[in-house]
Design a protein around this ligand. Structure first.
Ligand SMILES: Nc1ncnc2c1ncn2[C@@H]1O[C@H](COP(=O)(O)OP(=O)(O)OP(=O)(O)O)[C@@H](O)[C@H]1O
Ligand SMILES: [Mg+2]
Length: 256
């Protein structure tokens, strides 16, 4: 579904030139969940923006469903760290925003939006709330529904839960896992959390720092649904976690 070939990105700024990504090669299969894991500043967000068509690469090419990416696509949803909801629109109307941009929401769109909100754990009384009446975790649930309303083929997420407390984060990881199992979109999740990567991903691409390169791609051979609590696959999950930890630590050693 996603094919990245030789992608490099260099930023030329006032402080000189920074090479954020170098020679990135990645393939993400249809319906696959890929986590991109790396230390702060290694180029994760840059890679995601290139995949989204928000930033042109300096060299190399990204293809989605066989077509070169040159601008944002309608079948690709993006979820950022902040929910970025419109403060004057209710939760339900925020979910419907992508539909409004392209026309008028019909009753079936409203029904689909309500269903999505229920799926992520927001019941009817919350649908008419304005964003400021919702907690941070609830707002991010609304943002997740907004990215799902157009039934995207691909979902690109940049640390979507990192502004939340640990428990809410865990809860939302479980929601995301369920959503992925039900909707089957191809997902690329950028994170610096080993826990999140191990819980959610089929494979984890570990980026090295400055410039970001794909150091390793590690498969997580654990069936879904997975859980951070008691899981029958607790040993496999722990092994993957330890392996990723080693890879990230090794990266630090080479940096010093
Ligand atoms: N618009 C820009 N102009 C100049 N340099 C940039 C720009 N965007 C990113 N960079 C640089 O590119 C490098 C990678 O940044 P990026 O935001 O992709 O890292 P990251 O892995 O997402 O970090 P974090 O985990 O902290 O979010 C950094 O050195 C950063 O300073
Ligand atoms: Mg980032």
């Amino acid at each position: 579904m996603i094919r990245v070939r030789g992608v490099s990105k260099r930023f030329d700024g006032r402080r000189g030139s920074v090479e954020a990504l170098h020679g990135i090669e990645l393939d993400v299969g249809d319906g696959e969940f890929l986590a991109v894991l790396g230390r702060s500043g290694c180029g994760k967000s840059t890679l995601l923006r290139v995949l989204a068509g928000l930033l042109p690469p300096s060299s190399g090419e990204v293809r989605i469903a066989g077509e070169p990416v040159r601008e944002p696509r309608r079948d690709v949803a993006i979820l950022f760290q902040r929910p970025a909801l419109l403060p004057w629109r209710s939760a339900l109307d925020n979910v419907l925003l992508p539909i409004v941009v392209h026309g008028r929401p019909r009753p079936e769109h409203r029904a689909a939006a309500r269903e999505l909100l229920r799926e992520v754990g927001l019941d009817a009384p919350f649908h008419t709330c304005l964003p400021h009446e919702l907690s941070g975790g609830m707002q991010q649930r609304v943002a997740l529904c907004r990215s799902l309303i157009q039934r995207p083929r691909v979902m690109l997420m940049d640390e979507p839960f990192s502004a939340l407390d640990a428990l809410t984060r865990e809860e939302l990881c479980e929601v995301l896992q369920r959503v992925h199992m039900e909707h089957g979109a191809t997902v690329v999740l950028v994170t610096h959390s080993i826990e999140e990567a191990v819980l959610l991903a089929d494979r984890v691409a570990v980026l090295s720092s400055r410039p970001g390169r794909v150091r390793t791609v590690l498969g997580i051979p654990v069936p879904r649904p997975r859980s951070l609590g008691l899981d029958t696959h607790v040993a496999e999950l722990a092994r993957s976690r330890a392996e990723l930890h080693e890879l990230l630590l090794a990266d630090k050693k080479t940096e010093v």
